[in-house]
Design a protein around this ligand. Structure first.
Ligand code: SER
Length: 320
């Protein structure tokens, strides 16, 4: 790959993934695609930034031509909670945006497309523990519906056109650079910020809610390792389960209390409880381990220590 376009570069994952890819492939070779959000200084100082709206084909194609893009990573999506507030918007961005990405990639004979999926592809009838790679995919959110369709579309483009399309089912991603927006797993990020700022947090899902989660360094590693894997060795393409850790909100709060003993948590579950309850507790990621050597590094306590250090530092500097 010579020129990678990251669509959604201002988002929670996109912002850090773009910088990580620039370290590997060179700043000029990784184009940050943003839509409305102002890019961070780090993003605009380390390489090209373009306004890219995958729903606007003229704009999208002009950026692809201008930079001779030969790989696309499509991180733009409406997540689960926002999706339930506006299902048509979720369909438009997640499906029409995706088919445009795949079609542009086909037309311009791109070397690779990476399309993330999510644990949201699972639903209430899926086995909850150690959820298998191949299992029931009957989600009850519009976000999940678009992610199942996205996986199927990705695999269709592999089979039908011989294209290189890859994707992984991200669990909840926890990070300290860019806040997530509109997801059900956002509580696992907000809790750290509130612990540092106010020593208390009111959680929108209950104490027993247990979901698969992953710290950003592992998310970047999983994404880049999958991108760099030997395509001929892959049996799956757009739908790899990737696990790292799994904890309840009560366990997350306990992990924070080891560092901030006075931390207090309250629970006021809202509509997002039902979404969380429809998702797995943990996933079986043996296909990712076997096919491209996936192995996570961070567990809950290692992540908590790091999160509190980084966010604590930002707080001291008055940045949050
Ligand atoms: N983090 C996402 C969400 O909560 C799941 O992929 O919607």
């Amino acid at each position: 790959m010579k020129k990678i376009l990251v669509i959604g570069s201002a988002g929670q994952i996109g912002s850090e993934l773009t910088l990580a890819l620039r370290d590997i492939y060179g700043g000029e070779n990784v184009i940050a695609g943003i839509r409305k959000t102002k890019p961070s200084e780090k993003l605009s100082e380390t390489g090209p930034v373009e306004v890219v709206d995958a729903l606007d084909m003229d704009n999208f194609v002009s950026v692809v031509k201008k930079h001779n893009v030969d790989a696309i990573i499509n991180m733009a999506a409406i997540l689960s909670a926002t999706g339930e507030k506006n299902p048509m918007l979720a369909w438009d961005v997640n499906m029409n945006g995706l088919i445009n990405v795949l079609e542009v990639a086909r037309e311009f004979e791109m070397k690779q497309v990476l399309v993330p999926s999510s644990i949201a592809v699972f639903g209430p009838t899926t086995p909850r523990d150690n959820t298998p790679q191949e299992t029931v995919l009957k989600p009850t959110t519009i976000y999940g519906v678009t992610k199942v369709a996205g996986e199927l579309l990705g695999d269709y483009y592999v089979k039908r056109y011989g294209m290189d399309v890859r994707g992984l089912r991200y669990p909840g991603i926890i990070s300290n650079e860019t806040l997530p927006g509109g997801g059900t797993t956002d509580y696992a990020v907000a809790i750290y910020y509130e612990a540092i700022k106010n020593k208390k947090y009111t959680c929108f899902v209950n104490a027993e809610t247990r979901l698969p989660m992953m710290y950003m360094p592992d998310c970047l590693k999983a994404t880049i390792d999958l991108m760099q894997a030997d395509f001929s060795k892959l049996r799956h393409h757009s739908d790899f389960n990737v696990g790292a850790m799994s904890f309840s909100v009560a366990e997350l709060a306990e992990s924070i209390k080891k560092h901030i003993p006075e931390f207090e948590i309250k629970y006021e579950p809202d509509y997002r409880q039902e979404i969380a309850d429809s998702w797995p507790n943990s996933v079986d990621d043996s296909a990712a381990r076997q096919e491209w050597g996936w192995e996570p590094e961070y567990d809950l306590d290692a992540m908590t220590k790091d999160m509190l250090e980084v966010i604590g530092d930002k707080h001291k500097k008055g940045l949050i």
